[in-house]
Design a protein around this ligand. Structure first.
Ligand SMILES: Cc1cc2nc3c(=O)[nH]c(=O)nc-3n(C[C@H](O)[C@H](O)[C@H](O)COP(=O)(O)OP(=O)(O)OC[C@H]3O[C@@H](n4cnc5c(N)ncnc54)[C@H](O)[C@@H]3O)c2cc1C
Length: 544
């Protein structure tokens, strides 16, 4: 029998975070709130950020998990939304992904279940599918089309709470967390790290700065973004490239200030519109819409992409500033090695189609807090941490890959290339093949290792004893998310015609959806009205 050995070393641990983007400040604020509670100071946390290296902030969309981290830090929702130009996000609307014909579908955050055993997808597949699947089980697509906020003006419960997340300015989020953390007990240094000192055992012992500071710590967190100063430049941990499956590697971003163009509404959802060599995000904030054309440099030049983005937005975009951001899709071979953990862009990045950047930082930080107080030998903790981060990374990668590979578009070289078999990863291929025999059902998500899937070990297989392929847990993208994308992208369209024949009955909408929409239309205000009346967002004049 194994004996539990608690960590008896209870001296205050020193944690140094290098980098003050949203990843660094989320780490500082969360670890401080989770560890140093009840007047106890068990972690001495310092964050150092360079005044010379700018942070990334493009106008970000989040997923509902963000609410956990905000609650632990003790953040008031209205204060948060005011400080980060925040708006509500209840869904993602995908336009032009199946065909290039302005057709669309939604991936909502919430839906109803019919009964303990939910056969709604199967029943829908057997129907004439005249109503889009998610509209039969979720309020959110129609609430989004109506432009409604998810809350009443007077914060009354109306008996149909729906999960939501936020759109926000990540730069302002970092500033806000900095203010909260430094007012508590986090030490903040504005200085550029120039040296990383190593101990004899291979740990990092200290960092040195241009300003002549030297900081020692038990644990170093690398949040230096794509610079990856500690994890890569010093410790040499390899970046595992995943561009075979996700081809996009750049974004042209363009904020559209409401002062210059206000469409007359603030959408309570993110829009992702597929263009010739990628897709455009539209993220509404309180003072602007953030636009970004995520594209593949192999298929379109920066100038052409910028032109396409401006054409998409219309004549008023001619005078707006645009900026190019380069990125790479992949992850560190080991996110945690010795006494160094990489979080945020230093650790991994997947293109933002499902808004998972901040979420991956969030997951890493929550796990790190759970692993406290770290011992002198962190190898076992790192082993578990790395495996879970890798599993989650590939879970997200599969899911984003799914959006692309089911397209029927053939209008450009990019979309033709996306459909090639080598652009679909093996795990996803095996899932889709299986689901062509039997539509997805809940137990598929207990363990997503399907017939025909090669037993490819995790790239981070440097640890002895674990060569298992990544196993999805369906924790972040459950069957409900899969069903939204699969049926939104017309998966099983042809199979259903063969399986269930013609003359099928009309698709039915859940009673709860009809009742909920009636309440929503009666009780919920337009999103912009909620933002104006509750948060004080300025009233902009609608542009003609
Ligand atoms: C195109 C694009 C779109 C995105 N969209 C979304 C989205 O919709 N939703 C979402 O959740 N996420 C999104 N993300 C991800 C999100 O923006 C980042 O994950 C997030 O901002 C975290 O960044 P970071 O803190 O890791 O890095 P950065 O913001 O790059 O911060 C790096 C920090 O390290 C510091 N630094 C660097 N070198 C040194 C040094 N030598 N000494 C000291 N400090 C140093 C810098 O000063 C800076 O403070 C997107 C990212 C990109 C690229």
């Amino acid at each position: 029998m194994h004996e539990f050995r608690g960590n008896s070393d209870m001296r205050t641990k020193r944690i140094v975070i290098v980098g003050g983007g949203s990843a660094g400040w989320m780490a500082a604020a969360y670890l401080n709130a989770a560890l140093n509670k009840g007047g106890q100071q068990v972690a001495d946390i310092a964050l150092i950020e360079s005044p010379e290296v700018p942070r990334i902030g493009v106008g970000e969309a989040t997923i509902p998990n963000i609410n956990h981290i905000l609650a632990v830090i003790g953040i008031d929702q209205h204060d948060f939304m005011r400080r980060v130009d925040g708006t509500f996000k209840q869904s993602i609307k995908y336009v032009n992904w199946v065909n290039n014909d302005r057709s669309w579908y939604y991936h909502p955050f919430d839906r109803f279940l019919k009964s303990p055993i939910d056969h709604s997808a199967l029943e829908w597949l057997m129907s004439d599918r005249s109503i889009p699947f998610v509209e039969t089980v979720s309020l959110q697509p129609i609430m989004c089309e109506l432009g409604l906020a998810p809350q009443t003006l007077d914060h009354r419960e109306i008996g149909m709470p729906q999960k939501y997340a936020y759109h926000m300015d990540a730069l302002k989020f970092a500033d806000y967390l900095c203010e909260l953390s430094t007012a508590r007990s986090v030490n903040h240094y504005l200085d550029h790290v120039t040296e990383v000192e190593m101990a004899e055992n291979g740990d990092i012992s200290a960092i040195q700065t241009k300003g002549g500071k030297r900081l020692e710590a038990d644990l170093f967190i690398d949040c230096t973004g794509f610079a990856a100063l500690l994890i890569e430049k010093k410790l040499g941990v390899r970046w595992v490239d995943c561009s075979q499956w996700l081809l996009c590697d750049r974004a042209v971003t363009m904020p559209v200030p409401y002062e210059q163009h206000y469409p007359g509404y603030v959408r309570p959802y993110t829009t992702a519109t597929a263009l010739s060599a990628g897709w455009i995000w539209e993220i509404p904030l309180q003072d602007r819409r953030s636009l970004g054309y995520v594209h593949s440099s192999a298929f379109i030049s920066e100038d052409e992409a910028e032109r396409e983005l401006r054409d998409f937005e219309g004549g008023h975009a001619a005078s707006l500033d645009a900026r190019i951001v380069h990125f790479k899709v992949g992850h560190r071979e080991h996110a945690w090695i010795r006494n160094c953990v990489s979080i945020g862009l230093a650790g991994s990045f997947i293109e933002p189609l499902e808004s998972t950047g901040l979420y991956l930082s969030d997951l890493a930080i929550v796990m790190l807090a759970e692993h406290f107080p770290y011992g002198d030998d962190m190898a076992s903790l790192a082993f578990r941490f790395n495996r879970i981060m890798a599993i989650r990374f590939y879970e997200i990668l599969d899911f984003i890959n799914l959006h692309y590979c089911l397209t029927r578009r053939e209008d450009t070289e990019f979309w033709r290339e996306i459909r090639n078999p080598e652009r679909v990863n093996d795990r996803l291929k095996a899932k889709l093949d299986y689901w062509r025999i039997k539509p997805p059902s809940p137990t598929d998500f207990e363990d997503q290792f399907f017939p025909g899937q090669p037993d490819t070990p995790l790239p981070s297989n440097g640890y002895p004893g674990d060569h298992r392929s990544p196993i999805d847990t369906g924790t972040i993208f459950s069957i409900h998310s899969y069903e939204a994308i699969l049926y939104g992208m017309a998966f099983l369209d042809k199979e259903c015609d063969d399986w269930y024949g013609t003359g099928r009955r009309q698709s039915g909408v859940f009673k709860k959806v009809i009742e909920g929409l009636n309440i929503a239309a009666r009780e919920l205000p337009p999103h912009d009205v909620w933002l104006q009346q509750v948060l004080g967002m300025p009233q902009y004049r609608k542009t003609n």
